[in-house]
Design a protein around this ligand. Sequence first.
Ligand code: 5RP
Length: 228
Amino acid sequence: MSDDVVISKKNAGYYAADLVKDGMIIGLGTGSTVFYAMERLSVRIKEEGLNIKGVPTSFQTAMRARDYGIPLTTLDDYPKLDLAIDGADQIDPNLCMIKGRGAAQTRERCVAQAAEKFVVVADEGKLCDVLSAVVPVELIPFSFGLVVERLKELSGNPKVREGVKKDGPVITDNGCIEIDCDFGEIKDAKALQMEINNIPGVLSCGLFTEFGEKTVVVVGKTDGVKTL
Ligand code: 5RP
């Protein structure tokens, strides 16, 4: 990651963290840009006495939140959230996006759904005219063969995501398998999202097309941010 991207992610994360108000219950997404937001939240908790609770979308985020002194809670205790902060891998002009490089898209979708406002933090490199990035799909192991077959029928060229040691599939925090699909340029992201999410055994794919109305995208740049 270049220095410019690091600075841009940090600017986006810090800006989003400053949107959080005292008493809010917030969703905490997964990924390097969200971690900058959490870094800034930890400073606000210490310096301003900011009183918040966060619902983490992954084990990794929960660990980071504990390091940062951000109190955690659950969707069981708070099924309605004031705001969720999360990252994205690609964002189109309609604020449809692809998420899930951290294999956390299922919980990220739950938290985005629960939140009144969805604040997406990203660097400028994530913006595109047409979505074309790899689409992650989380599925229960029982349904593996069926899901792979259906994804092939959708021309998704499915590949099981492997861990760094290449010794087996990535197992998600939900005990499931993550598959990456390449659909090339995606003409109708909404329709594709529905087709994939309707395959029996799929928990959730990384296409997020339903949150446009409550979404604010904070695009980090080297000299500040712009919002979409
Ligand atoms: C994880 C995600 C991330 O938010 C997305 O991959 C962006 O990550 P980063 O901020 O590290 O670029 O969807 O499942």
